[in-house]
Write a protein that binds this ligand. Structure first.
Ligand code: PLP
Length: 368
């Protein structure tokens, strides 16, 4: 048998690079033998899951020999009533990540173009590579604001999807409502806007929009939401998309029947009703952001003001070394090289005491 008779994978998957997750707590723990690890790398809820979600999971445990509801009817009903839309305008997915893949599968032909901003969330490119679509990357403007002219200029006949992440991961910057409105009005209607609002609940600016009002108004847009961030359910894998009934119908065609497990469905319903947990999580985040800002100012570290639960900080040419020194002290942040930002780190907002530990470590490392 000759060498070249191996099983050939599809050409397009050669373009796919593995996702780099934040370093898991157990991994650093086993490397260093430390008892306290502080993870500020994956934008998880530092207060933990909604207690009501935990109760709901316990209440559902004895039923896990049954298949979950393939139509996620209960959760879509709650979403519809909370968000003033129809249940048919939602698709529930195995994390927001799955929605991105499903949208790609439903809409991208090989050779289609998808516009992504840079730096942003990498999963949009994953979906595009999977389908053999071409990625058109548009850089952010000054201070990582959205550069409308550059985005509109990138549009061609072949553009199929435009991905907007607001607040954007990893910059924390957002697209103001009037600017999004203008963009939607000038975009050709053959383009689907994938509006990633994974961090919408943390945004406090008056002119922020989570995009849902534009879905209600009938624009060709899918809004992505997740239960992984403010709701504190990242380990369960549940998120959803909101769009017109037509767009949802297309996406449903490529969905596996039982993509969202029963515990995740029950927990998500409960978490949506847990106003207290949502309120305290938002408050902790807003205060934690301020705590980090003050420290960065004192340390004279440039940072981008964030509408999210993380802050992008510039540490300079020693960023990688500082990232490593933080790891040695049991503090995990995200190194910026993933986004071609080798002088930056992205730091998730933690509890007050986690933030304080990070600030102390950073101060000691920098003032050496
Ligand atoms: C976390 C995140 C998501 C969704 O994550 P899931 O855990 O898959 O729900 C989507 N977009 C962005 C930008 C994110 O940071």
């Amino acid at each position: 048998m000759s060498e070249n008779r191996e099983v050939k994978a599809r050409k397009t998957i050669l373009n796919i690079h593995p996702y780099t997750p934040g370093k898991p707590i157990w991994e650093l723990q086993s490397e260093l033998g430390l008892s306290r690890i502080i993870k500020l790398a994956s934008n998880e809820n530092p207060l933990g899951p909604s207690p009501k979600a935990l109760e709901a999971i316990q209440g559902s445990l004895s039923d896990i020999h049954r298949y979950p509801d393939a139509s996620t009817a209960k959760l879509r009903e709650v979403l519809a009533s909370k968000l003033d839309m129809k249940p048919e305008q939602f698709i529930v997915t195995n994390g927001g990540d799955e929605l991105i893949t499903l949208v790609s599968e439903a809409f991208l032909e090989p050779g289609d173009e998808i516009i992504v901003l840079s730096p942003s969330f990498s999963e949009y490119e994953f979906g595009a590579h999977l389908m053999g679509a071409n990625i058109i990357s548009v850089p952010f403007g000054e201070q990582y604001t959205f550069d409308m002219d550059a985005i509109i200029e990138a549009v061609t006949e072949r553009t199929k999807i435009l991905c907007i992440c607001s607040p954007n991961n990893p910059t924390g910057t957002y697209l103001p409502k009037p600017v999004l409105h203008h963009l939607l009005d000038v975009l050709p209607k053959h383009i689907l806007v994938l509006f990633d609002a994974a961090y919408s609940q943390f945004a406090t600016a008056a002119d922020y929009t989570n995009g849902l009002e534009f879905v209600r108004a009938g624009y060709p847009m899918v809004v992505l939401q997740t239960f992984s961030k403010i709701y504190g359910l990242a380990g369960l894998r549940v998120g959803f998309g909101a769009a017109s009934e037509d767009i949802i119908r297309h996406i449903l065609k490529v969905k596996e029947p039982f993509n969202v497990n029963a515990l995740a469905q029950a927990a998500a319903v409960a978490a949506l009703h847990d106003e207290e947990h949502i309120r305290s999580s938002l408050q902790a985040n807003t205060q934690g952001r301020e705590q980090l800002y003050r420290a960065f100012q004192e340390l004279r570290l440039p940072f981008i003001e964030s509408m999210s639960n993380f802050v992008l900080v510039e540490l300079g040419p020693n960023a990688k070394a500082i990232y490593g020194q933080l790891l040695n002290r049991g503090i995990i942040v995200r190194y910026g090289a993933t986004w071609d930002l080798p002088c930056h780190v992205r730091i998730s907002v933690g509890t007050e005491s986690e933030n304080a530990a990070l600030i102390q470590a950073l101060t000691e490392i920098i003032n050496g």
